[in-house]
Design a protein around this ligand. Structure first.
Ligand code: FAD
Length: 504
C-alpha cells in the first residue's frame, strides 16, 4: 500500500465515507498516521480482500476502514486511538461467525488480525505459539510435518481466535477437553492499550474468563500459546444413511454418548441430519474419528454398531489422514448467507427426546423449502447433534476449569445445533424466525421431559446473536465474568465500543 500522510489521508478517508461515518473516518486517518501502511479504505483492493467473510451477511457491512496490525503493539496503538475517540469497532480473526456485525461493522473501524499469523514451536515441542489471525489450516500445516497436533478446529479456514475464545470442539476433546482448556497462555491487549499475559500463573481470573467466555468483553488476544502433543494420522470414517434409519441410529448415537465415548477417550464423532432431494430426501451423516486407531478394514470397537450390515449406507469413506487433510474434508465454501442456532439437552434423558426433535425440525424444513421455492431459491437445512460426554467434561476441569459452567457431576450434554445456508436475502427473516421457534419448541419439549441441561447451556460458537448465551453459563460464572470484565476494562470501553457478538 502507498504511504499516505496528513491532509491527503484525511481527505481520502472522508471522501469514501457517508456523513454519519465522519468520526470513524477521522479515527481511520489518525490510525493511518500512527500505523502507516496498515490501513485500507473503501474502493481499494486491500479493503476488498479484508472484507471477505464466510457468511455474506457479514461482508455486507462496510466499515470506514480496515486496520491490519502486524504486532500486538500495533493493536495497542489502534485500540488507544479508538477508545480515546470513542469510535465503534469490530475485530475479525477467521471471520466465520454467521450473523451480521459479529466481526465486521458498518460505520466504524474493523481490526483484521490476519497479519498476526506467526506460528512457532517451542524447543521442547510442548507448546506452539499461534498468532491470533491464524486459521486452523495454518496451524496443522506447520505441525503435521513435525508429528505434532493441538486441540483445535475441524475446518480449514475457521479462525484460531473465535473458536478458542468460545470453547472449541476438537477431534482430541475426548482425552484433552475443548480447545480453550489447552491454552497455556494468552497474550492480550486490554482496553487501556496495555499488553498483558493471562495464564494459570498471571492474571488468573482473566485466564479463566478467556477459556470459553468469549473475547469481546475482556481484550483482544494477540497470541495463543497452545499445548501441543505427538500425533500421527487419525483414523476417520464418514457415513451417509437414508433419513428413515434415524429411528435406529439415534438410539445408537445416544448410547455412544452416554456409554461408548467415555470408554474410549481417543474417539470423536458428530451426527448431521439434512434434507437433500438429489439423494432421495432426508439423510443422516456421521463423521467418526479415532486419534490412535490405524486399521482401515474394521472400525474401532466404539463405533462397531454403526458399521453393522443391517444399517446399509448410501456412502462410506474410511481413511487414515493427517489433521490438514481432515480439515479440508469439512471445509465449507464462502459467500453464502448463513445462520447458526443451538441449545443443549441433558443426555441422560432417554433417546426418545432426540428422536422427537426430528419431526419438529422437519416441519421447519418444509416451511423453509416452500418459502425458498416461492422466491425461486433454496435453503440447505442441517440438524447437528454433538455430544459432550463425561470424559470431555472431566478433561475441561484442568487448571481451575473453564467459564462454561459444565460439570461432570451434571452428566453428559447433547448440543443440538441448527445450521442453515441460503443465498436470497428475502429468506433472512423466515430463516431466523423459524429457527427461533424451533429452538423454543426443543427447549419446551426438553423441559417437559425434565431434560434441560443445567442452566440451559448454549454453545457460544453455534449461537445466534439474539440468544442469551451467558445466562447458560450459570449465575455464579456470569457474575464472575462481569467482575473480570470490570477489573480489566473499568471504564467499560469494550462494552460500549466493541460491537457485535455476545456482551456481558
Ligand atoms: C465451517 C465451520 C466449521 C466450524 N467448525 C468448528 C469446530 O470444529 N469446532 C468448534 O468448536 N467450532 C466450530 N465452528 C464454529 C467456530 O468456532 C465459530 O464460528 C468461531 O467464532 C469462528 O471464529 P473466527 O475467528 O473464524 O470468527 P470471527 O467471526 O472472526 O470471530 C468470532 C468472534 O470472536 C471475536 N474475536 C476474534 N478474534 C479475537 C481475538 N483475537 N481476541 C478477542 N476477540 C476476538 C470477534 O470479534 C468475533 O466477535 C465452525 C464454524 C464454521 C463456519
Amino acid at each position: 500500500m502507498t504511504q499516505l500522510t496528513g491532509p491527503v489521508l484525511l481527505a481520502l478517508a472522508l471522501s469514501g465515507a457517508a456523513t454519519s461515518d465522519h468520526d470513524s473516518s477521522k479515527a481511520c486517518a489518525a490510525i493511518a498516521s500512527a500505523l502507516p501502511n496498515l490501513i485500507s479504505f473503501p474502493n481499494s483492493s486491500p479493503y476488498s480482500s479484508h472484507n471477505i467473510y464466510w457468511s455474506a451477511r457479514q461482508s455486507e457491512a462496510r466499515p470506514s476502514c480496515f486496520v491490519a496490525p502486524n504486532t500486538a503493539q500495533d493493536v495497542a496503538k489502534a485500540i488507544k486511538i479508538l477508545t480515546r475517540q470513542n469510535i465503534p469497532f469490530a475485530v475479525k480473526a477467521g471471520g466465520h461467525t454467521p450473523f451480521e456485525g459479529a466481526s465486521n461493522i458498518a460505520q466504524g473501524v474493523t481490526l483484521d488480525l490476519a497479519n498476526l499469523n506467526a506460528i512457532s514451536v517451542a524447543l521442547d515441542r510442548k507448546t506452539v505459539s499461534v498468532g491470533a489471525g491464524a486459521r486452523w489450516i495454518n496451524v496443522s500445516e506447520a505441525l503435521d510435518p513435525l508429528g505434532l497436533a493441538v486441540v483445535g478446529g475441524r475446518s480449514a479456514t475457521v479462525g484460531v481466535s473465535g473458536l478458542i475464545l468460545g470453547g472449541g470442539i476438537s477431534y482430541f476433546s475426548g482425552s484433552r477437553g475443548w480447545a480453550c482448556d489447552n491454552v497455556r497462555n494468552y497474550e492480550v491487549v486490554l482496553a487501556s492499550g496495555e499488553i498483558v499475559n493471562a495464564s494459570p500463573r498471571v492474571n488468573r481470573n482473566l485466564y479463566w474468563a478467556l477459556r470459553g467466555g468469549g473475547g469481546s468483553n475482556f481484550g483482544i488476544v494477540t497470541r495463543f500459546d497452545l499445548a501441543s502433543f505427538d500425533q500421527g494420522e487419525l483414523w476417520a470414517n464418514s457415513r451417509i444413511w437414508p433419513g428413515a434409519l434415524n429411528r435406529t441410529l439415534i438410539p445408537l448415537m445416544h448410547d455412544l454418548l452416554v456409554n461408548g465415548l467415555p470408554s474410549d477417550p481417543e474417539a470423536h464423532t458428530y451426527f448431521v441430519m439434512t434434507y437433500y432431494p438429489q439423494l432421495g430426501g432426508y439423510l443422516v451423516m456421521n463423521d467418526q474419528y479415532h486419534a490412535t486407531y490405524s486399521n482401515t478394514t474394521s472400525p474401532p470397537d466404539v463405533f462397531a454398531a454403526f458399521h453393522d450390515a443391517a444399517l446399509p449406507t448410501l456412502l462410506t469413506n474410511t481413511r487414515l489422514a493427517n489433521v490438514s487433510r481432515l480439515l479440508r474434508d469439512i471445509e465449507q465454501p464462502f459467500g453464502m448467507r448463513q445462520a447458526y442456532w443451538d441449545t443443549s439437552l441433558a443426555a441422560t434423558a432417554t433417546p426418545d427426546l432426540l428422536l422427537d426433535i426430528v419431526p419438529l425440525w422437519e416441519e421447519q424444513v418444509a416451511l423453509l423449502t416452500a418459502a425458498a421455492a416461492a422466491v425461486n431459491s433454496t435453503v440447505e437445512p442441517y440438524l447437528v447433534y454433538q455430544g459432550i460426554s463425561s470424559n470431555i467434561l472431566e478433561a475441561m476441569q484442568v487448571n481451575g476449569g473453564n467459564a462454561l459452567g459444565l460439570k461432570p457431576e451434571d452428566g453428559p450434554v447433547m448440543i443440538v445445533q441448527l445450521s442453515l445456508t441460503w443465498s436470497n436475502p428475502a429468506l433472512d427473516e423466515v430463516v431466523e424466525t423459524s429457527s427461533k421457534e424451533l429452538i423454543d419448541k426443543v427447549n419446551a419439549l426438553a423441559a417437559s421431559r425434565g431434560a434441560r441441561s443445567k442452566n440451559g447451556y448454549i454453545y457460544m460458537n453455534y449461537a445466534a446473536d439474539t440468544q442469551d448465551v451467558y445466562a447458560g453459563y450459570g449465575r455464579e460464572n456470569l457474575a464472575r465474568l462481569r467482575h473480570v470484565a470490570k477489573r480489566y476494562d473499568p471504564e467499560g470501553k469494550f462494552r460500549k465500543l466493541w460491537r457485535g457478538y455476545f456482551k456481558l
